[in-house]
Design a protein around this ligand. Sequence first.
Ligand code: OSB
Ligand code: MG
Length: 367
Amino acid sequence: MKLEKIVIQHLRMPLVSHFETSFGRIFDRDCILITIHAEGLIGYGECVADRDPGYAYETSGTVWHILQDFILPSIQGQNIDGPADFRQRVKQIKGHEMAKAGVEMALWDLLGKKENKSLQTLLGGGKPKVDVGVSVGLQDTPDDLLRVIEGYLKNGYGRVKLKIKPGRDVGDVSAAREAFPDLKLQVDANSAYTLETANAILPLDNLGLLLIEQPLAEDDLWDHHFLQEKFKTPLCLDESIISLRHARQAIEMDACRIVNIKTGRVGGLTEAIAIHDHCFEKNIPVWCGGMLETGVGRAANLALASLPNFLFPGDISATDRYYVQDITQERFTLNADSTIDVPTGPGLGVSIDNDAVKDYLLREYQL
Ligand code: OSB
Ligand code: MG
């Protein structure tokens, strides 16, 4: 398809409540919306980089730079065969996976619209709905935490992930486990520990957790191997898995027994599927992580999570857990069985609310 015009929009959207992780507290969420016009069709993609480099080195600023100065000039006006062709063309750009993933998502959306197929169909998924959970940020006190969890349980969430950091780990998680003995519970440290300081979280092994996500540094597969040796509970890697190669090596060195897949972190859906397929072959379950996406990225996550080796509930909550007003016309809602329906329309299956985009717009550029 010939890519005629590409628009990038930097948005900042207020969250319904603040979200705190081991790397900080945010009250609103940045994203860059990508709109590609081709052959009378319009494709949308979302870059999930945040304002600050707390989760990863990419930020809305670096994404803007890489898109404006490198990716857009290399594809605008060109005939691009599809997502795989795009991946090939941006291979010479090192890293910057979130920037690449946003463009790739828009190309998937275009491909689906051209072929009149949903993203789920294009990816080979086959479930009408997928299991989901909710990621709960650090709260000011353990009492606040229990109240917040209770609220989500009332909403119907059947799986809860708690953010932890040094000093706010075993105490908080034990309180949650005591209050909710049968809850499917897991934790995420966002790389806040070292092999030494992680001794403090060894008691988590007795709390019946589904998994422990990314305890150590993002660039440290090998120490995760040593930490996994100390735990019965499976470790799960998020930040560390930035490509199929990282997934393969992490599995080979037993650095984790479960993999969190996020399309933004790995450069797009093509790589995400490759990681899914490899993990499937190696009997390593995967689940779909989240980056507080708008309806655009959420639609892509739902389609991805319908692939067969997504065996744990995803961090794909309902729209109202994040935004009062989203940028898609569609809002995703939670079913009574803690699932969300996978979109069925062509491509991502969502349409943009242009008034909402205008409300959140910080800057815009087009080529
Ligand atoms: O580590 O999984 C993470 C949000 C932003 C950045 C990193 C993470 C998260 C979440 C939220 O845990 C998941 C979601 O509900 O989108
Ligand atoms: Mg995580």
